[in-house]
Design a protein around this ligand. Structure first.
Ligand code: GLN
Ligand code: ZN
Length: 750
């Protein structure tokens, strides 16, 4: 027992599971067919791991949608309202995505990743009991292949902590779950498997004293029932490591990439096995194998080498499958990255070198390739651009501050822009229709010429400008028709950012994303949005809002290079986008919105690391937005309604106008802005675009009036929540018309 992975991706290297699921949901295939694909994928994935020399291979990391739903099923923690569905598979997918008679359960992000899980709803009166049907099937398949299985599932504390409790207390529920977990472990042992991984990533956040007492209590009971390994990831879990060392568990799997501070002294003293997760499951850069071996040797100076295992930092679910399909990628860039399959090789080679075992021919090649990659990455001029580095080192305080304070510049902006009280605007995008997607695809595939493409996009922009004027919106947008995605669009035009062909990562259910690779020093070779925005502005006398994605969001939704600090990469990105801001301003654009949709999700899991993140993140935003003239108005936008703990940072951004999601909240959010005396202007969404329903003028009047009970009219903008691109024109048009009418009605009463 020497190597392990925390978990393996399941969507399939060609997204086979996605296709099978979507075909099943569309009624085009049967449950048996779906099961068959799943079984084939599991077998293929286990075989990959076995052939790569992974000793402990995960079973039950597979999921048709999400492991938390699997855990709900395993514990019989299914909410009452789904009990009328007899077929288990139908029930499962009703929970995941809803059906004709049931709403889906809520979904949220898994820690600081872009993977989403379904949030269990727990009631202390639920009839919790162990069901290992899924595990049994998968174990039987694994046995057939001669797989040395470790069964994975979420531990009871993390399960409860991530749930919504509808009745009872956390303690009561955990108390009731302990015997269920005991039973689960016993049933798995009866199937001949003694190695079990319980995931408790909750303990990488800042656990309380009480949490740690619960941890002790739970694992004193469960820890000795089999070879129990507790896995944590995405950060260090030092408090838990100490506590777990005093329980009968066999060992821990720890993240030594994101949690390099992990301390293992207590585990060493207690003679526990420790899994050193050193191959990054969250990012794609090749591991520096020799450095990792040295690191392990360092650990072995005080830790019994026989008790050390080598593995992935977290589940490989968060990286793509294999470089095999990257046939178009620049060869150098390709040599610098490894996906899940290549990471398996890294784990094996690191472990062998650490133990002083001889490498076979293939492993020698892996090591040689690795050394070359590490060396070329240090000097390649594809990565290193002295001009960019200079611009970052020459940043001064002046680059991070607007030239005059808000109170003065807002007056100049009002003179410059002449918008009325309660000005109306939108967050940027307008419907992305199938025809529009086809147009972009045709252009990309060379089916239509650039000229033809531009003519058609411009025609759409013209229609939209005329429409916005006709319904009397005050600050217009061009509609973002040229963009498929707010990060990809800019990534494709920036130097230092690359795209993969097949670098898919599961986001939720059957949905995958293909994050850009920020591999080198970032710069902007030419204008990115100026032509569209200037064309749009040429059609109207009203202000046209330029629309950009902010540096923090660019980083948080990409694979970011690991050979320099995130701060440095963010500053480079910030300067590149600032170049675009300046170009827009120079071309006569007077309002520029810099979206920071992902600022919130980038927050570190540990409180003590928040200040550092806020410092580089907010500074980056300011670098992007501070060089404009005082009369140029900077907007920002954030798509969420949880601000209470990040208000200092939001204020620090020093934007002139911020638009936020509000339509589904009760204005408690706005009260926070009020109490703090937030100085900028605010556009709280006045209607929820997530629903196809068309809001009436009256209800938006009410909504605006409710906002005005909290905020002074002089500070308030009227706009919808973000996401118009996901709606149909038939829904957007009447809604916006009603919104403008509502703004006018309220204005008239002021
Ligand atoms: N400007 C973007 C849009 O309206 C913002 C998207 C977002 O915040 N996620 O689509
Ligand atoms: Zn948004």
């Amino acid at each position: 027992m020497a190597t392990y992975v925390i978990g393996f991706p399941r969507i399939g290297e060609q997204r086979e599971l996605k296709k099978a699921l979507e075909s099943y949901w569309a009624g085009k295939s049967t449950q048996q067919e779906l099961q068959k694909t799943a079984s084939e994928l599991r077998k293929r994935h286990w075989t990959y791991q076995k052939n790569a020399g992974i000793d402990l291979i995960s079973v039950n990391d597979f999921s048709f949608y999400d492991n938390m739903i699997d855990a709900m099923t395993m514990l019989n923690a299914i909410p009452e309202r789904y009990k009328d569905i007899d077929n288990c598979m139908d029930r499962y997918f009703a929970i995941a995505r809803g059906d004709a008679n049931h709403k889906a359960m809520e979904m949220t992000k898994w820690f600081n990743t872009n993977y989403h899980y379904i949030v269990p709803e727990l009631d202390v009166n639920m009839d919790f009991k162990a069901s290992i049907d899924k595990i049994k099937i998968e174990l039987a398949e694994a046995k057939e292949l001669g797989i040395n299985a470790k069964v994975n599932f979420v531990g009871p504390i993390t399960f409860v902590k991530l749930s919504k409790i509808v009745n009872g207390s956390e303690d009561e529920i955990i108390e009731k779950l302990i015997p269920v977990y005991e039973d689960l472990i016993a049933q798995i042992k009866a199937l001949g498997v003694n190695t079990i991984q319980l995931d408790e990533p909750y303990f990488v956040t800042n656990p309380t004293k009480k949490d740690l007492e619960t941890l002790k209590k739970v694992y004193d009971k469960l820890g000795g029932l089999a070879d129990i390994f507790v896995a944590t990831y995405f950060e260090h879990s030092n408090e838990a490591n100490e506590v777990l060392a005093t329980t009968p568990i066999k060992g821990m799997f720890l993240d030594f990439v994101a949690g390099s501070e992990n301390s293992i002294k207590a585990l060493a003293d207690a003679g526990k096995i420790v899994g050193i997760g050193i191959v990054n499951g969250r990012n794609v850069w090749v591991n520096d194998i020799e450095k990792s071996v040295e690191f392990l040797k360092g650990i072995a100076e005080t830790y019994d080498a026989d008790k050390i295992m080598v593995g992935s930092s977290c589940s490989l679910l968060h990286v793509p499958y294999t470089l095999k399909y990257e046939t178009k990628m620049d060869e150098d860039i390709k040599s610098w990255i490894s996906y899940a399959l290549e990471k398996l090789d890294e784990i094996r080679v690191i472990e062998k070198l650490f133990r002083g075992e001889e490498l076979n021919e293939y492993e020698k090649e892996v090591l040689e390739g690795n050394k070359i990659a590490i060396a070329t990455r240090k000097t390649s001029d594809k990565i290193h651009d002295p001009v960019v580095k200079d611009r970052v080192s020459n940043l001064t305080d002046k680059d991070k501050h607007r030239s005059v304070p808000f109170e003065e510049r807002i007056k100049l902006q009002h003179e410059n822009l002449k918008y009325p009280i309660l000005p109306t605007t939108t967050i940027g995008s307008f419907p992305q229709t199938p025809e529009l997607r086809k147009l972009r695809r045709d252009y990309k595939n060379g089916v239509i010429s650039e000229e033809e493409y531009k003519t058609q996009i411009k025609a759409m922009i013209k229609d939209l400008v005329e429409y916005q004027e006709a319904i009397d919106i005050d600050v217009l947008v061009h509609g973002e028709f040229e963009r498929n995605d707010m990060v990809e669009y800019f990534g494709e035009q920036l130097k230092g950012v690359a795209f993969s062909q097949n670098g898919w990562v599961q986001s939720y259910g059957s949905r995958c994303v293909k994050p850009p690779l920020i591999f080198g020093d970032v710069s902007r070779p030419k204008d990115m949005t100026v032509e569209w925005t200037v064309y749009a502005q040429s059609l109207t006398d009203r202000p046209m809002k330029g629309m950009l994605t902010g540096p923090v969001t660019m980083l948080n939704w990409s694979f970011v290079r690991d050979d320099q600090s995130k701060r440095t990469t963010a500053y480079q990105m910030a300067i590149a986008i600032r170049d675009e801001v300046e170009a827009l301003e120079a071309a006569g654009i007077k309002v520029i919105q810099v979206d920071e949709a992902a600022l919130r999700e980038g927050y570190p899991l540990r409180n003590e690391k928040r200040a550092e993140y806020e410092d580089w993140a907010i500074t980056s935003f300011r670098i992007t937005t501070s060089s404009v003239k005082p009369e140029t108005q900077i907007h920002t936008h954030m798509c969420y309604s949880e601000f209470s703990d990040i208000m200092d940072a939001i204020e620090d951004m020093d934007a002139d106008v911020i638009s936020i999601e509000n339509a589904r909240s009760d204005n408690s959010l706005l009260k926070i802005f009020k109490e703090r005396g937030y100085k900028g202007e605010i556009g709280p969404g006045v209607y929820d675009i997530h629903s196809p329903r068309i809001p009436s003028t009256e209800e938006m009047v009410e909504q605006i009036e409710a906002i005005l009970e909290v905020l002074p009219a002089e500070k308030v903008w009227v706009n919808p929540d973000c996401g118009l691109k996901t709606r149909k024109w038939e829904e957007v048009k009447p809604s916006l018309e009603n919104m403008v009418k509502a703004a006018k009605e309220v204005r008239a009463k002021l």
